[in-house]
Each structure stands twice: as structure tokens, then as C-alpha cells.
Design a protein around this ligand. Sequence first.
Ligand SMILES: Cc1cc2nc3c(=O)[nH]c(=O)nc-3n(C[C@H](O)[C@H](O)[C@H](O)COP(=O)(O)OP(=O)(O)OC[C@H]3O[C@@H](n4cnc5c(N)ncnc54)[C@H](O)[C@@H]3O)c2cc1C
Length: 493
Amino acid sequence: MASPSHDLLIVGAGINGAGIARDAALRGLSVVVCDRGDIAGATSSASTKLIHGGIRYLEQAAFGLVRESLREREILGRIAAHLVRPQRFIVPHTGERPAWMLAIGLRLYDLLAGRHSLPASQRLPPDFPLLRQLGRPVSGAHAYFDLWVDDARLTLTNLMDARTHGAEVLPRHALVTASPDPAGGWRCTLAGRAGRRDIHARCVVNVAGPWVAEVERLRGAPPPPVRLVQGTHILLPRMHAGDDAWLLQQPDRRVVFVIPWDTHSHLVGTTETALDSPSASGATAAELEYLLSAIQRAFGRRLHTDDIQWAFSGMRPLIGGDGRDARTASREYRLSLDTPDGQRAWLTVQGGKLTTYRRLAETAVDLLNGPLGHATRSSTADRDLPGSGSAGSAALATLHREAGILPTDWIDALWRRHGTLTARLIGEYTRGTGDPGRDFGGGLFEAEARWCAAHEWATDAEDVMWRRTRCGVRMSPVQRAAFSSWWRAQSFA
Ligand SMILES: Cc1cc2nc3c(=O)[nH]c(=O)nc-3n(C[C@H](O)[C@H](O)[C@H](O)COP(=O)(O)OP(=O)(O)OC[C@H]3O[C@@H](n4cnc5c(N)ncnc54)[C@H](O)[C@@H]3O)c2cc1C
């Protein structure tokens, strides 16, 4: 190969692209990662946000996937400590599966996790107080733990670490052409808001999720079979107080999660609606009705579309072509390496889960060692992501002590989003006066917005409201409009 300017061009800044960028940059490779939209602007901000083995995948005998996922759960609990929280799930015995089957499944789940730091599953008696919240008596329940994570920020922190190790990150830059360079590598063109940019890379990684086939076509390759399944979540007023979540079995053998979002709301999802092609049409009436009916069946409360505080949809890019239906289709990932003429490499990534992104990234960069002529090893399992770290609650206590007049709730919210970087954010953006700047509502203050623009590649007001902070959920339409016009006036883009 000639000596092109970059080792890797990664197309797609979802969780898998971000994970590969971090892994490769930590190994010393020169990396560019581009996304035609915002970081985590697609599937990676629209998931159920669970770092989990997926107990329902046990029914499909996907033991390897569940074991790998549970190992990753332990690693992510360590390296992304500020972004995850242990979440207990209650599975009421509502008859869709016998209680003994749940007991065996959860025991297996505990065993496949090996040594882990979360409490083991347990059986709950029929008089367990929380079960009174259900609309009908049940004969008992099981409880188990997984991790809940801020998916968009997990993606972002991977890219922040990649940047620290030399990667260039280009959100709002679409790959529009890719052709072989006769001297080796790929000549690629990115189209961004400021115009076009040519990139030369020895290897291209197509990690465009639902658009993987579209990106394959840019190099004239046949598109891989992809199965697209839309999943919708809704935020509803809280069913009850407390930290526990529910896993509700449905008559069609699917499951619906009901997870505490904040003190006001529960997150309810998800659906599985087959799509023919990537689409941004959003939640369908049928999906909303499916979720509202699940709530009615479980809690005996008829809620209506007017009660929905927020709805979001994402597309699962599952590996296609195996003839299985959406519920049972594999959540595994597939990496296909193509090295035409030995002159260049193209790696295509398909499928996967948020949970397994780190392992997927490790495997991807291991595969690229061959064509790049390297023998590098991954170090991502042993290094904290930016904001994570051992300082933990002691550092938060110090922040509270030194915060002066800064709102206590705001410091807690900053900590959940930025972890140990909170001290820097406060130091840089409250101008030493303890003033967080303009209050935009919903928990969003000017100081954090400025941080997102300066350190987190936020270029549009939506990036801040819906992915960097999700404060948009609690802002009124008037507050969102006011924030957007303030943002435009700052010329951050
Ligand atoms: C409803 C739902 C719930 C889920 N829940 C969970 C869960 O709880 N736990 C779990 O482990 N997994 C979950 N998943 C799976 C997980 O969210 C996905 O596997 C993961 O987010 C996929 O990430 P990705 O990086 O492959 O794709 P994406 O996040 O979709 O990223 C692909 C990116 O490529 C970009 N792109 C496309 N074309 C171009 C181009 N030409 N140039 C530049 N960029 C381009 C897009 O803009 C996009 O940002 C869920 C998925 C869905 C849909």
C-alpha cells in the first residue's frame, strides 16, 4: 500500500463507530470518524438503554450472546461508572410463561454472568408490596438486575476518549463517494455544511447501522441483507414512586419494559415493527396503542395518547437473510472484511447491541491488524471513559460543598451526565461567580450548553436538548424555541 494520510475512516458515529474509533485511537492508529448527522443521532440514542444479557434471548438459546453481553455489563459498569446505574426489574407471574421457567431462566442468567457485582435474581412472594401496583392479583414475581445507561452519552464519551488519543471526529459530514486509489487505500469524499472534504484512508469501516447497505453501494458493492425493525418508546406519567422497573410479558410473547425515567415519568418500550427501508417517519399509531394497552393490562389504567410526554423511535439494523421473525432474529453482530488486491481494506459491520459495542470494536480492530500490518492489542476494557473514575461520591460531595449558590439538583444532574468532568465544567463556565448563566428551563443552563458546544461537538440546539442532556423532555415548546434562538445567536456551529 502507498502511505495514505489515515489508517481508518469510520463511517457512522453511533455506538459501534465510536467504540471502534476509541479502540483504534488507543492502539495508536490514525483515525477519522464521520457521521452525516449528530453523534448518536440515530439508533444509539433511541435504545431502551439497557446494558444487559437479554433474558429473552435465552429462549432462543443464544447463550454465547448472553454470556458475552453479561461480561460486557461488568466491564461497562466499571469503565462508564457515571453513566450507568444498577436497575432492578420485577417480572410478575402473569401466566405467559410458567414461574418455574422464569426461575430456571434467571438462574441460568446469573450463572452465565459468572462473577459479577450485581445482586443475584430472586423470587418475590405474592404479598411483595410493589405487586399491589398491578391491576390484578398475581401469584408472585421474580426480580433480577441489569444496568441502565445513557446511550447517547456513552457514545459521546467514547469519541471524547478517541479524540484525546488523536482521532478526528466529524459530525454532520456524510460519506458521499468512496473509490479505490490505484496507489492503495480509498479516496473518499465527505460532504459537510462547510463544503466537501477529501479523505484518504487505508481502511474504511462501514458502521452506518440502518444505512449499511446505502454506504456499501457507494463503493459499488452488493448490499448485505439487513433486516430493519423499528422500536418505539414512550414516556408516561409515573405509575408509582420508587426505583424498580418492570418487565411485562405480553400475550404475543414479547416483553415491554417500564423503567423509571425521573421522578415524573416512566419510560415504556419497546415495539417491533418491520420496515422496508430506513425511515424517519417516527412512532405509528399502532405502536402507541400497543404500549398503552400493555400498561392497561398490567396496571389496570387506561392512558391515552394525550398522556404521552415524549415518544421516540429507533431502527434496529439486524442481520437479515435468516428467515426469522423480528422477535427471534439474532442480535449478534457480523464483521465482514474485504481486502481487494491486498491494496486496501473495507470492513462492514452489521447488527449488534449497545451492550456489546466494546467487544465488537475490539474484534473489529483486531481484524484490521492484518491489512494494516500491525499487531496491536485492545486496552479499552481496562481504561475508564472520560468522566468515569474512582473518585465517585467523595468528589460529588466536594462539588456540593464548594458549589456556593449553584442549584443542588443541577450539580447532581451534571454529575450523572459528566461525572468527574463536572468540576471542570463548573470551573470553566460559571465564571468563578457561581452563576450558571441563563436558565432555559427543564434543568438546562447556559453553562452546560456552552460546554456542549466547546467540548462535545454540539452544533445544533437539538443536539443539546435531546442527546447531550435530554433536558428538552422537560422544556415547554416556548422554552425550546427560546433556547434554539439563543443558540443560533451564539454562532457555535
Ligand atoms: C428500539 C431499540 C431498542 C434497543 N435497546 C437496546 C438495549 O436496551 N440494549 C442494547 O444493548 N441494545 C439495544 N438496541 C440495539 C442498539 O441500540 C443498536 O445495536 C446500536 O445503537 C447500533 O449502533 P450503530 O452504531 O451500529 O448504529 P447507529 O447508532 O444507527 O449509527 C449509525 C450512524 O451512521 C450514520 N450514517 C449513515 N449513513 C452515513 C453516511 N453516508 N455518512 C456518514 N454517516 C452515516 C448515521 O447518521 C448514524 O448516526 C436497541 C435498538 C433499538 C432500535
